[in-house]
Design a protein around this ligand. Sequence first.
Ligand code: GLU
Ligand code: ZN
Length: 298
Amino acid sequence: MNTSTSSYIGRFAPTPSGHLHFGSLVAALASYLDARAVGGRWLLRMEDLDPPREEPGAQVAILKALESYGLEWDGEMVRQSERHAAYVEVLDRLFNQGLAYACTCSRKQLEPYHGIYPGLCRNAGHSQEEDAAIRLRVPELEYRFTDRVQGEFRQHLGRDVGDFVIRRRDGLYAYQLAVVLDDAWQGVTDIVRGADLLDSTPRQLYLQELLGLPQPRYLHVPLITQPDGHKLGKSYRSPPLAADQATPLLLRALRALGQKTDSEMVHAGPREVLSWGIEHWDALLIPRTLSVPEAQIR
Ligand code: GLU
Ligand code: ZN
């Protein structure tokens, strides 16, 4: 295993809209092991951009779960709610350069376009002060990158995405903007996260290019799905990560990531399981698929 690079900086970036579940554990564990296996740093960033959708107590529950599973992060946790000044500055710059514009379209007006914004307000000249979302103009270009597990991924920003929101109409900053600024600000070199974000990546690449930010490496791990094909999450009542299930769930998460486990490990503590996982980590064993049904994981 390669232990020579310590320039690696990874991160886990949970949204406190609910507790961590098995699917979040798989993503957290993958990014943790990928960083630790090369002696890299592993940061924690709370993506608390959306207070109305935040579940009370979720932040504390997330930190507690990470601690009881032995997933120790480096340095101080960063909260996106404390980063607004950085977001406004970039937003204003993009707006003043004409790269972003205000959009007053209602949800109802946009319904027929199935999520791909048709550019209705592109040349309307609405001011930032109006009750409006801010959208970033996208080029009529295909963006592509090579994911470390999923391989080549391409997306035509104009055709498949359209001008996208970087500040919502209610004044909240969009995930796409915040994630790009914060990953660059924290010096993140490697992003390891769930495959539901694969199709957000080209938007993030475009923002990086526009803002002259370095492009990190990407690795998207399969989502863990319920029998009905949905992503595990709060709305499907997946249970929170129980503190007394750390060892069996870490072992199961390792298997979900295609890693071998040792039957002796069931008697080990979570920290020992993690050490073993670090030592044997092989990202190339991660299944090259966007989702894995939970029932299929032993
Ligand atoms: N906050 C996002 C989530 O919980 C993850 C963002 C990312 O890893 O880029 O889904
Ligand atoms: Zn509009």
